[in-house]
Design a protein around this ligand. Sequence first.
Ligand code: NAP
Length: 509
Amino acid sequence: MDAQASWTGGTGRGGGTRPDIDVAIIGTGFSGLGIAIALKKAGRHDFRIFEKADEVGGTWRDNHYPGCACDVPSHLYSFSFEPNPDWSRMYSPQPEIWRYLRHCADKYALRPHIRFGCEILRAVFDEARALWVLTDRTGAQTTARVVVSGMGGLSRPAYPSLPGLEGFQGTSFHSADWNHDYDLAGKRVAVIGTGASAIQFVPAIAPHVGQLTLFQRTPPWVLPKADRPVRRWEMALMRALPPLQYLWRGAIYCMMESRAYAFTRNVKLMARVAEMATRHLEQAIPDPVLRARLTPDYTPGCKRLLISNDYYPALNRPNVHVETAGIETVTATGIRTRDGVEHPVDAIIFGTGFKATDVLSPTEIVGRGGRSLNAEWDRGAAAYLGTVVAGYPNMFFLMGPNTGLGHNSMVYMIESQIRYVMDALRQLDRRRWRALDVAPAVQAAYNDALQGEIAHTVWQSGCKSWYLTEDGRNPTVWPGFTFSFRRRTRRVDLNDFDHVSSNPTVAGS
Ligand code: NAP
């Protein structure tokens, strides 16, 4: 790539200003812990992890609503290098996944590297020194050669802007900020939203509340969940013969991966999914009026395809009502729908998802020449291979733009990206370069091709979802097979990058 004439910074470690740490990691979910473990395994101990909370776990720490579980089988939704023969179920509940992440932090001795209660609010690239200056909430600064963001895309709850909400006199909270002190027993509860979170907590709370009114805007497609407890002898076998667990994991991966074809290549195959989900609905909901309300009118997979065996049965309960009239306003004592009906409630629970298009906030990221990533991504996030962004050297995003999946485990994508970051570090060291910055033309060509591919996927088949920006662009999903993402991120191709040398007089390709 052409040299960036303006970029002559970088005096090298030992050649001038040394950063406080080599690698700064933000977040302690699967991404942050995963890259930290990879660094340790590579003998790179000069890193620090910044975690805004007081414990590790990311989304699996923050989401603790009743019924919270992962909708990807646990033997796949875990690190490939840290198999867990003790998963209690095929789809283990949140407390187990969170425990697993704490186990990883302990086993790999990561805690001494973690600054808990430390939220990074600003990361600014200092071009003269070719390093990042991170500022936390207290104003304290840390400099680092490399920054790896493990902030995740779904960490900030989205509250709907409903008229009258501020005047509601009852209790209200979000699924991602569950109020366990509030006793739901016997209460009249409104649930807003019918996405992946709501279909997990509605069956968990329905037997306990007095009355549950589920405000549905769009019905989800729901498939049966092949969940069951893992048998004791299966656990014992996996413990005794670890390769068995890898085989099991591989089989689950292949089964899930085969679905990518329908999501991304031949959307017509989703008709088969619609048949299966319709049969599931028909078997579970005898009332034709309720069944009609719960029947989606868009292609399965366009919004996240859900799996549950207890969601529909919960909606059959006499104390549960599915309301589709649309919310007109929230009153002091309840919710009024557009048909003029008042629904008195004691509590409102928002299952309304996350601010997925504003992934950086509240962290402000400033790159070369004072450019603002927040401003650039305001128009729709874009990166190269979901990991690096032109103008922000040595900054890596795990679970970055267009790495999301509708069909398989995100941990697989995260591990692919971790390999890529580790290769970038090796390349920097081998060549004694200070920094790598992906070339703008490479990033632009990549995204043009990506959006072209996305145009033919299920996510663009006409529904409204959190995957899309207001103008219909999709900065969220990976439009292909996960193994092709892994192949493309296997190595850093230096032809894609500009670099700055340790020798401040050398900048270029
Ligand atoms: P979501 O999928 O974005 O669903 C939000 C729900 O709230 C939708 O039903 C939406 O209706 C509704 N809604 C939003 N604003 C509304 C308004 N103003 N009035 C009425 N309804 C409104 O959120 P989520 O369920 O929290 O899931 C988000 C993502 O988190 C998932 O897609 C998944 O990636 C992840 N997740 C994963 C798991 C797992 O098991 N792995 C579990 C939970 C969440 P519309 O559909 O009409 O917009």
